[in-house]
Design a protein around this ligand. Structure first.
Ligand SMILES: Nc1ncnc2c1ncn2[C@@H]1O[C@H](COP(=O)(O)OP(=O)(O)OP(=O)(O)O)[C@@H](O)[C@H]1O
Ligand SMILES: [Mg+2]
Length: 260
């Protein structure tokens, strides 16, 4: 366990509803994440990955337990979002349909405490677009509805690359892109980690992908973390039946990533 964790969760639960309708989306999880680590949260649909990511983002306040960012409770969401940014499954919901993409990429800088000049912002936006294989001309004057799901997902990533947050929560960020773009995005995420020391929490169904990108993997099932450890430990020597099932479910094209 890291000594000065960036995130620390002690017996954290996030329950919804009551009585018969009680949903234990996240149920008594305890973990620490170190500065600069890449953590993958892996599990099947409905196991609580996104809800946990939303607690980390300060969108939900846990219903019980202790959750700390750099040793403090998350009291001010705006301050938190200065450091912690996210990419979610549905890229369209993250952009306003009535404004051009470029305008929104630039607007995103409003959230930062350090103010940049217009030229600096333009430069960062252009570089971020190129990083996700889009030339600035491709999106000039375009609105979100004019792009495909995969293209929009890249716009979300471009926003992250431009803002350079301390922490990135990426919830299935490559689910809508093809394998080639996916590999580029993952490589770029790792480059960001190396260059900026960014901490990345990566949410996915795919333990093969997690094996490829992470320092540690957390396996979730029914709201709980049932297994965790370094990729070689978890993916090559799985202990939980849930992990074994997840390995069986890896898409063929990623199986080669786990060298047995
Ligand atoms: N706001 C909410 N109110 C009530 N229940 C919720 C809410 N959000 C999520 N849930 C429930 O919590 C459980 C965990 O949901 P979550 O979105 O975290 O799953 P997930 O692991 O991200 O799944 P997927 O891989 O399909 O995205 C599910 O049973 C879901 O229906
Ligand atoms: Mg989810």
């Amino acid at each position: 366990m890291p000594t000065n964790p960036i995130f620390s969760a002690k017996n954290v639960s996030m329950h919804f509803g009551h009585g018969k309708k009680l949903v234990k989306a996240v149920d008594d999880v305890t973990f620490d994440i170190a500065d600069g680590e890449i953590i993958s949260i892996v599990g099947g649909s409905g196991c609580g990955k996104s809800v946990l990511a939303k607690v980390m983002l300060g969108l939900y306040k846990q219903t019980s337990g202790e959750f700390k960012y750099h040793g403090n409770d998350i009291t001010n969401q705006r301050d938190h979002w200065n450091d912690v940014q996210s990419v979610f499954q549905d890229p369209f919901s993250c952009f306003n349909q009535f404004f051009t993409i470029r305008a929104q990429l630039k607007d995103a800088f409003g959230i930062l405490k350090t103010k940049l000049t217009k030229e600096e912002i333009d430069q960062r936006v252009d570089r971020a677009l190129l990083a996700v294989n889009v030339t600035p001309a491709d999106i000039e004057g375009k609105y979100p509805f004019e792009l495909s799901g995969g293209q929009m997902q890249r716009m979300l990533l471009a926003r992250i690359f431009a803002l350079r947050p301390k922490v990135l929560l990426a919830d299935e960020p490559t689910s809508m892109v093809d394998a080639c773009v996916r590999a580029n995005i993952l490589d770029y995420l790792m480059k960001l980690k190396q260059e900026l020391g960014m901490t990345i929490v990566f949410v996915t169904h795919d333990i093969g992908l997690a094996y490829y990108v992470s320092d540690r993997i957390f396996i979730m099932h029914e709201g709980k973390i049932v297994e965790s450890g370094v990729p070689d430990e978890v993916a090559l020597n799985p202990k939980s039946p849930v992990t074994i099932q997840l390995i069986d479910d890896i898409p063929e094209i990623h199986k080669e990533w786990i060298k047995r």
